[in-house]
Design a protein around this ligand. Sequence first.
Ligand code: OOG
Ligand code: MG
Length: 258
Amino acid sequence: MLTSDDVDDFAQRLDQATLEAQAVTQLTTTKAFSLAEAYTIQRAGIALRKLRGDELVGLKMGLTSRAKMVQMKVEVPIYGHLTRSMILEDGGTVLRASHIHPRVEPEIAFLLAKDLEGPVTPAQALAAVDCCCCALELIDSRFENFQFTLQDVVADNASSSRFVLGSRVRPRDTDTGNLGMVMTKNGVVVETGSSAAIYEHPARSLAALANQLVSLGEQLKAGMIVMTGGATAAMALSPGDRARVDVDGLGSAELFVV
Ligand code: OOG
Ligand code: MG
């Protein structure tokens, strides 16, 4: 079992790694910990961001598609916290030097009109949605070689770094269940897929998040953004790259790396 000093130490280590863009060794090689403890470390890390004036704007699901589970060799869906400083406007630029080994993945995001409390079915979860949009998530594991165990990646806030929401929002009754998704790098198609890859349906990912939060004392609130998880494997980025996602009926989102 971790002591509260262990939790603080691990959260600080990951926070420093983020601020300095320096990879660290997986935490679990220092001391084993449970999944519940991993989420405690994650929340401690978010508390450190809040001390710097950052604020919670939403939550994300991760490892909800087979492609992501296979790529990362972790087969359990997880969630993380999204803060205001992670928002990048559509077409915005990120510095390669501020990241360790950035990757980008195509996603569907929901904006909530109402508080959402589990247990809920996907249909009930959708009733709390205001609108949906396409999104890109920039992930940047704080661990060496982008390798981690389930506990490590949860402690590391599910590798969150930045995210871009597409500007074309669609109403909640838009069926996001099987939309074609194309991700390009510098105009060249790198990944193609369907939103069906996201936990069978992005709404199912949203419901799973609400249901997971029940036992953890956290809530999905009206106004929050929920990223439902990458539909394909993530794509590595280098300076000069332009990454873009196009989703059937939802438009596009893009970002640049310098
Ligand atoms: C973990 C985060 C996964 C997703 O959409 O599947 C994730 C990782 O791949 O580093 O955000
Ligand atoms: Mg993601």
